[in-house]
Design a protein around this ligand. Structure first.
Ligand code: EPU
Length: 421
């Protein structure tokens, strides 16, 4: 296993290209299964999660070719409908093949994805969505077994205890594209990744209205054709580099990133004192004055993203004063607190609220990456910490940040990978 070593204290300056969005590319690759024709997806990031999704697609008997950031999927004549445990268990997002398989094969067997380190991850909303379309579902031997012979349009309210769901919206929308009749998804997720998926489905010939709102209307069609698509830039990767600019008192230009996808983060960082402005082909995040603590609450889009909560906490950990960080999407997504504490952070957890008291400095230490975004938080902490930080189990980062060390090194960071002993 690899570990990441960071010698902190370097100010990051320069331009960085933001990769394609992992969470848009995953359901879009799954959506290629809705057609018999070839689809070409570009700007697919080179990440472990992407390899897992391509394995699942190949395992269905589909031909997949990859050339750099371009993936060509040729589903012609594939007959299988099963996503097995050994693949699904390594990536929860695998569940987004459920909708396409139901629509195309009228049957699906997908391993139950289970929970993960960021807390329980129920799938009741996925079930609710497809059941509203006439699909019969049962869970047997750890598999979701779904029969969609009676697939037809339906109305469904996708609201749960923690609001709406991104992938349940994606699954319901994909299943509805080939259903007989009209489907209305109320309280649909409107994250940019859902919108990008809808844009791809429209190119395939689907009839969809209202994506980017909380009410999506899908009129089923008889067949979808292949399409070409360029995946949007990753707003979470962009956000992480904005925080890298803030925490290292740096000046970064984020190429390819879209400011309108990170409005909540921009709002909070501006309130804190960071200077953010549009620049050619992206935007710029520049430290101009001492930052102030700000309070955040994670919410569905366009609220503050849960996927930026951990990284934001690292920034607040070294920002003088007190901030409160409330997690409303995954109330247990706080594993990073104990690792940040190892570096000298002063954070108290009270239910879903983390009370962060900014300290003068963090001190490098060996720490353990526990999940993707927690790992990114440790990288940010390492960039500003005194001395050397060793981040173990770095494979988590490889799930979501393309060429992380290369990109950081080009910006002036001292960071490299070593084999864990
Ligand atoms: N939820 C339910 N029932 C469901 C599904 C979800 O109650 O059937 C709850 C969840 O427990 C959570 C909330 O609804 O409290 C939101 O979960 P959601 O379903 O939206 O999460 P997801 O679609 O499984 C995607 C991203 C996550 C991101 C969340 C929230 C992908 C592949 N994953 O997950 O990304 O945190 O939306 O924005 O799109 C990451 O990239 O690190 C990551 C975890």
């Amino acid at each position: 296993m690899d570990k990441l070593i960071i010698e902190g204290g370097q100010r990051l300056v320069g331009a960085v290209s933001i990769s394609g969005a992992k969470n848009a590319a995953l359901p879009i690759l799954a959506a290629t299964l809705l057609s018999d024709d070839k689809s070409i997806i570009r700007n697919v990031p080179a990440l472990r999660d992407m390899s897992t999704m391509l394995k699942i697609i190949r395992n269905l008997g589909v031909k997949v070719e990859q050339d750099g950031d371009e993936v060509i999927v040729e589903p012609k004549g594939y007959k299988k409908w099963k996503a097995p445990y050994d693949l699904v268990s390594t990536m929860r997002a695998s569940i987004c093949v459920l909708g396409p398989l139901l629509a195309k094969q009228r049957f699906a067997e997908v391993s139950f994805p289970g929970g993960c380190i960021i807390g329980p991850r129920p799938i009741d909303l996925h079930m609710k969505g497809i059941k509203a379309l006439g699909v019969k579902v049962k869970v047997e031997k750890g598999y979701i077994i779904a029969d969609a012979k009676g697939l037809r349009g339906g109305n469904v309210y996708l609201g749960g205890h923690f609001g709406t769901s991104v992938l349940a919206t994606a699954n319901t929308m994909m299943a509805a594209t080939l259903a007989n009749g009209v489907t209305v998804i109320e309280n649909a997720a409107c994250e940019p990744e859902v919108v990008d998926l809808a844009e791809f489905l429209l190119k395939m010939g689907a009839k969809i209205k209202g994506h980017s709102t909380h009410r999506i209307i899908i009129e089923g069609v008889k067949r979808l054709h292949g399409a070409e698509h360029y995946v949007i830039a990753d707003r979470i990767e962009a956000g992480t580099y904005m925080l890298a600019a803030a925490i290292t008192k740096g000046d970064l230009r984020l190429k390819g990133a879209r400011l309108e996808h990170v409005v909540a983060l921009v709002d909070k960082l501006t309130e804190s004192g960071l200077d953010i402005s549009e620049s050619t082909g992206g935007f710029r995040a520049r430290f101009i004055k001492k930052l102030r603590p700000v309070t955040i609450t994670t919410l569905p889009y366009p609220g503050f993203p849960t996927d930026m909560q951990a990284q934001f906490m690292s920034l607040m950990a070294v920002t003088e004063g007190i901030s409160v960080i409330t997690e409303k999407i995954y109330p247990e997504r706080f594993i990073h607190i104990s690792e940040l504490a190892r570096m000298g952070a002063d954070i108290i957890l009270e239910g879903p609220n983390a009370i962060v008291k900014g300290v003068k400095y963090l001190s490098g230490a060996p720490v353990m990456a526990s999940d993707l975004r927690a790992s990114a938080a440790l990288v940010l902490a390492g960039l500003v910490a005194r001395n050397r930080t060793e981040i173990n189990r770095v494979y988590h980062l490889d799930r979501g940040y393309e060429k992380l060390e290369d990109k950081l090194t080009k910006l002036g960071a001292r960071v490299w990978r070593e084999k864990e002993k």
